[in-house]
Design a protein around this ligand. Structure first.
Ligand SMILES: *[C@@H]1O[C@H](CO)[C@@H](O)[C@H](O)[C@H]1NC(C)=O
Length: 229
């Protein structure tokens, strides 16, 4: 397998993509100027009452991991004040695929933030698979995401798991469950060895990009399942 360096031109490409995405995000966030807060959230909505228009007020960045999302989250944070929107970081740990009750909780949490938001427009980020707000009595928010070449993503995860935290750097207070690290120093060696953690076979479930667009059903996480597309 070829080595996976990131040449300068690719960094520029990534930076341009980021800017383009941000521009689109801001375009979405630069909604109409009226400041009316005419939305009333009640439990009826979550229980399947009349649908509430979310797409012109809520931007939901259900960030695909290892695809540069931290940068976009930072930018959203920096730009919120000047652009009159509020950015809310939802849980950064925890499961990415949710059961029905957890999805309902997520929708209710978004609705609650919206009801108490000081600004009309609000953006959220969370590592979470596509959640169909329509199934919970809301219209879907405007979704935005960032993608990365799947092989680079796998390489990034492989090496990230080996990185030692920066000395003196920020250490999150929550602790991740210890993940098994395959005993190879390069992804190429690990794949060539056929180690289970570096093997990808059709029909098995992995932490893929597709479910961030497909949803929480198990088939969305199955490699090569065409129903997920
Ligand atoms: C979302 O849910 C609604 C209502 O259950 C359904 O009609 C719609 O097809 C779903 N959309 C997606 C993208 O799954």
């Amino acid at each position: 397998m070829a080595k996976l360096p990131i040449p300068l031109s690719r960094s520029f490409l990534l930076a341009s993509c980021l800017l383009l995405l941000l521009y689109s995000a801001l375009y979405l966030l630069h909604w109409r100027e009226d400041n009316e807060h005419n939305l009333h959230i009640s439990n009826n909505h979550v229980a399947g009452g009349s649908k509430v228009e979310l797409s012109d007020r809520v931007l939901f960045f259900n960030r695909v991991p290892k695809a540069g999302s931290e940068m976009l989250v930072l930018l959203l944070g920096w730009l919120q004040r000047g652009n009159r929107f509020t950015h809310v970081r939802l849980r950064s740990s925890g499961p990415r695929h949710l059961d029905h009750a957890q999805q309902a909780d997520l929708v209710a949490e978004v609705a609650n933030h919206l009801a108490n938001s000081p600004t009309k427009h609000i953006s959220f980020d969370q590592h979470v698979h596509f959640t169909n707000f329509s199934a919970y009595g809301f219209e879907n928010p405007s979704y935005v995401n960032m993608l990365r070449d799947p092989i680079e993503k796998i390489a990034s995860r492989f090496y990230y798991a080996r990185a030692t935290p920066r000395p003196g750097g920020y250490t999150p207070s929550w602790t991740k469950p210890a993940k098994e690290i395959p005993p190879y120093s390069s992804l190429e060696d690990c794949m060539a060895s056929g180690h289970p953690l570096c093997t990808y076979s059709t029909g098995r479930q992995y932490d893929l990009t597709i479910p961030y667009f497909c949803g929480h059903q198990p088939y969305c996480r199955e490699l090569g399942n065409s129903a997920a597309l």
